[in-house]
Design a protein around this ligand. Structure first.
Ligand SMILES: NC(=O)c1ccc[n+]([C@@H]2O[C@H](COP(=O)([O-])OP(=O)(O)OC[C@H]3O[C@@H](n4cnc5c(N)ncnc54)[C@H](O)[C@@H]3O)[C@@H](O)[C@H]2O)c1
Length: 404
């Protein structure tokens, strides 16, 4: 297949690019490097020393003889350039990773809220409108989030996108299938909820073939391909805005920082290893919906865990201390999460479990690059509302511990 990877310089996009290139697909990356610019704005770099995209592509070609194309396009603003790319390259599929993806960053200020909405919704809508205008039959695969379902306790196993309901009708109950009711917990998650409506419309009106992957939180850093050479290393974010919970714990353990558990740590979240993520994207590409079919939705996750249990697990492995800090987020302090995720397992996914991969990750990434960490970037300081407090450990400020 010829595949355009939108956001192919990012944490998920780069390993996906290499995975698909290694499998013989012809891949072109589209990216505007906004993630690298945000890193500069925040003064927070990847823990791993990532190379420029030009160096990464050259290294991949040197090692494998396979080339990866590149187009520097802002998908939210430069519609014509993206349309030209579609018409010239004629891809079979686009994989759309190109959005601002950090919930804390999206809640920092009105400017960050507006940027996240403008960027994410315009990028998604431009992609869809351009596919229609190109008159090509391009399969659009989008990376969404498990967060569209919300993080309350559902009291049921969350289905893969659609919910069977019965509504009252004149002659009795009428059976329907609806999109599972959305319940976003941040501006970022809200953009993913709105993306879902754009997809439903374009699948219905223009018969676009669309797959939406409701992805859990990624853990891990490298895949088989990014681990081949140091010049291919993937990014690893640990800062309070972009670091995801498990990667943050691993890095905190490596630098001797307490593991910062927000609130009671009773939040349950869905997880997937980065190697499984690239495999899921490949499986989704190989099993596209037909024209005229509704949006195909997969729950792209393999395990659920409570945050305090994860902290305990990492502490047992590494000897780190766990410290409860205020929760900067407006969210349920405790929730259960049960998720249907059979579709990828049925297609052959063999998940990497936390118990197999965690120690390797501590050694190969967190400890290896610990000397590059800037400890001042660790606390989560972006507040959901004025009443919330930053997630700074009392042991570092001299304040009374949470709950004391
Ligand atoms: N990382 C996770 O744990 C996770 C979990 C669930 C879902 N996702 C989703 O997966 C996707 C990728 O996430 P990631 O962690 O790789 O994020 P990332 O920020 O590392 O990568 C996103 C890439 O898209 C690019 N980009 C953003 N806006 C763009 C635009 N307007 N035009 C062109 N390029 C643009 C950025 O420069 C960056 O390289 C996101 O949509 C995210 O919501 C990620």
């Amino acid at each position: 297949m010829k595949i355009a990877i939108l956001g192919g310089d990012g944490f998920c996009g780069w390993p996906t690019t290499l995975h698909l290139s290694a499998r013989g697909h012809d891949v072109v990356v589209v990216d505007n490097f906004s993630r690298r610019a945000i890193g500069e704005e925040l003064g927070a770099e990847s823990l791993t020393p990532i190379r420029s995209l030009a160096e990464r592509r050259a290294a991949w070609e040197e090692l494998t003889g396979r080339s990866v194309g590149f187009a520097g396009i802002d998908l939210a603003r430069d519609y014509e350039a993206f349309l030209d790319l579609l018409v010239t390259e004629r891809p079979d599929a686009v994989v759309h990773f190109a959005e601002q993806r950090a919930a804390p960053f999206s809640m920092k200020s009105p400017r960050h809220k507006r940027y996240t909405v403008d960027n994410n919704l315009n990028a998604t809508h431009n992609v869809l409108a351009a596919v229609v205008e190109s008159e090509l039959d391009v399969h659009v695969v989008h990376l969404g989030t498990m967060g569209v379902y919300g993080y309350g306790t559902a009291g049921m196993r969350i289905p893969e996108g659609y919910l069977d309901v019965e509504v009252p009708g004149e002659g009795g109950g009428v059976a329907q299938q609806i999109l599972y009711p959305s319940n976003p917990g941040s501006i970022y998650h809200m953009t993913k909820v709105l993306d879902q409506t754009l997809f439903a419309f374009y699948a219905k009106n223009d018969r676009l073939r669309i797959t939406d992957l409701h992805q859990g939180i990624i853990w891990g850093t490298n895949t088989r391909e990014t681990g081949l050479d140091e010049r291919l290393v993937n990014r690893f974010d640990y800062d309070g805005d972009y670091g995801t919970v498990l990667n943050r714990f691993l890095m905190q353990a490596a630098v001797g920082h307490p593991l910062t558990v927000h609130g009671t740590g009773g939040q349950t979240r869905a997880f997937i290893h980065i190697q499984d993520m690239v495999r899921c994207v490949e499986l989704a590409l190989l099993h596209a919906p037909a024209r005229g079919e509704r949006v195909k939705i997969f729950n792209q996750m393999t395990e659920t865990h409570r945050v305090r249990d994860l902290a305990r697990l990492v502490a047992e492995l590494t000897g780190a201390q766990v410290e409860t800090v205020p929760n900067p987020r407006q969210e349920s302090p405790e929730n259960d999460l049960h998720v249907v995720h059979d579709a990828f397992l049925d297609l052959g996914l063999r998940p990497t479990t936390l118990s197999e991969g965690l120690l390797l990750e501590v050694e190969q990434t967190a400890t290896r690059w610990a000397h590059r960490a800037d400890l001042s970037r660790i606390p989560a300081t972006s507040l959901w509302t004025r009443e919330r407090r930053a997630g700074i450990p009392a042991s570092r400020t001299g304040a009374a511990p949470v709950g004391a």
